[in-house]
Design a protein around this ligand. Sequence first.
Ligand SMILES: Cc1cc2nc3c(=O)[nH]c(=O)nc-3n(C[C@H](O)[C@H](O)[C@H](O)COP(=O)(O)O)c2cc1C
Length: 171
Amino acid sequence: MDFLELAKGRYSVRSFLDKKVEAEKIAKILFAANVAPTACNNQPQKIYILQSEEALSKLSSVCKYTFGAKTIFLLCYDENLAWQNPLTKGYNSGETDVSIVCTHMMLEAHNLGLGSCWVGYFEHSKISEIFSLPDNIKPVALLPIGYIPDSSRPSHLHETYRKQDEMVEIL
Ligand SMILES: Cc1cc2nc3c(=O)[nH]c(=O)nc-3n(C[C@H](O)[C@H](O)[C@H](O)COP(=O)(O)O)c2cc1C
């Protein structure tokens, strides 16, 4: 598939069929996470796969955007592994790295015929608390994935693009 076709075809899916995502597909999505570029190739991403009833119900207690998915990735970075920019005090690449990782995962899920939705609407400290994350592991995003119901449609925002002359400036 042409890259732009793939990128345009992916949209945020917010309901899922009650059908398990096969382990082979999860493995491919995780490989897409592996091959993502990261600063200095430090690969600080730490990915939790929430699949047990217990983990999913814990998550639902602190995040309303789980969309009934039976597989949800919790994407974090390890602060001890993230590249520290020596020229900008206090800046590390963790969030940026995980954002690229998450984008790769969404695109590979779409490539495999699965839906996903990046979820950032949660309180970071609550996620850390319910999953007892070590202090150096920082949550960035949730990614529910699953099979897409026939009735699923992109939201109107999916094709709402800012004009390129607002977004781009040639210097
Ligand atoms: C950083 C980030 C955080 C987001 N958080 C949420 C969220 O908490 N809940 C949700 O339903 N969608 C969330 N989204 C999905 C966006 O709303 C969606 O990508 C955007 O409206 C464009 O639509 P599309 O993904 O269908 O193209 C998030 C997306 C990004 C990139």
